[in-house]
Design a protein around this ligand. Sequence first.
Ligand SMILES: Cc1cc2nc3c(=O)[nH]c(=O)nc-3n(C[C@H](O)[C@H](O)[C@H](O)COP(=O)(O)OP(=O)(O)OC[C@H]3O[C@@H](n4cnc5c(N)ncnc54)[C@H](O)[C@@H]3O)c2cc1C
Length: 404
Amino acid sequence: MSDTYDYDLVVVGGGPAGSSAAFEAAKNGTRVALIEKEESIAETVRTSGVTWIKNIKEFGIPDDCFNPIRNFSFCSPNNEVTISDSVPRAAVLDVRKTYRWLAKQAEKSGTDIFVKTNVNEVIKNDKGDIIGVRASGPNGKITFNSKVVIDASGFPSTVCKAMGYVTQWERFGAGAEYEVKAENVDSETWWLMVGQQYSPAGYAWIFPLGDNIVRIGVGVGKPESDVDPMQRLNELIDNRVGPIKKLGKITQLEFHYGLIPNDGLSRQTVFNNLILVGDSAGQANPLVLEGIRYAIRFGRVAGKVASDAIKSGNTDKNSLYPYEDHWRKEIESKINSAGRVQDRWIGLTDEEWDKELNIIKELKSEEFLDFIKADFGLSNMVKLATRHPKLAVRQLFNLVKGKN
Ligand SMILES: Cc1cc2nc3c(=O)[nH]c(=O)nc-3n(C[C@H](O)[C@H](O)[C@H](O)COP(=O)(O)OP(=O)(O)OC[C@H]3O[C@@H](n4cnc5c(N)ncnc54)[C@H](O)[C@@H]3O)c2cc1C
């Protein structure tokens, strides 16, 4: 059996980028199909879900979707630092609840959601431009004709790869994580753990979710290291390394695994009738490889620009360019700066990490958060680079400014 649908906009991928794009486009009066291959939205969790309360509020995400974080602890083999804030500014999301809320918002705005529908082919016109996709659904093949397609399929970048516009990401992070119930949890404090024993090119983490639940994970940069994050995670938990020991008895609830692009902002993200957003566009902060807030923010921009272009009757690359212009202006220089810091961090030895933590100790909480969020320029980054009494601190922040 083969069904055919005609939509103005087809969004491939029901993650945060796809749901946000669909929401904004449907709100703007466009007929939207949101296509997700899994049984339900957020069936598989592939993320640790750390984000920032300012962004959560901006997006209108409900308070019962996250656990607030106020203390930021870092440990290296022989050093430890905790930066405490007077109010919580970071958060660990209930990922499933949040992603389903985002999809619900899209549905309430008029989006038709197709789950269990795997997009596996693109439809092109005689000029070679995309004019729809084909998918396998629960009842057989489905054809979706559309004026614009948004590729929000995440790391696999299904649509733009099928169009021949991109190849597989070369540099990426691989992460493995257990969601566990633990005996002793400080629900306001996260841990980032650095050094060879945790991850030779990356870091390990403990992110609390409330109710004595935490996510313990390991991220490894590829191709820099061939360590398997799942194996390393099991070793760290079996040997109760570092702050994992403080958690006491651990009961595993769920396992998460995922890949995140780390090739910088290397991709063109608009083509005739096509937009790439979220992980398929490589929009992630390389310092901690976080991309959820960018996926939501730029998903919404993509949805608005696509629906405006559809209304105008012109959906070529130039009409969709305001989307690329918007996100480049907002994050390109920050991501480039963060990439320079990441390059420094990936090469650090254990002894160097111990010293790096001494630099981090010098930061006030808002400086630390702006730094880790790659929101350089917002607080005192320039002052830190020029006036800080410690040379090591000045050197790190000069790197952010691109002066080293
Ligand atoms: C281990 C790990 C930890 C992370 N931790 C954080 C963190 O703490 N904070 C943070 O901000 N970011 C984190 N990230 C990154 C974050 O998860 C991504 O940046 C974010 O999920 C990108 O959203 P997206 O909508 O672009 O893609 P995704 O969330 O990957 O969503 C893509 C969707 O498309 C669907 N799909 C794919 N192919 C098809 C197809 N052919 N047909 C139909 N549907 C399809 C998928 O099933 C999926 O639902 C982490 C990533 C990893 C791997």
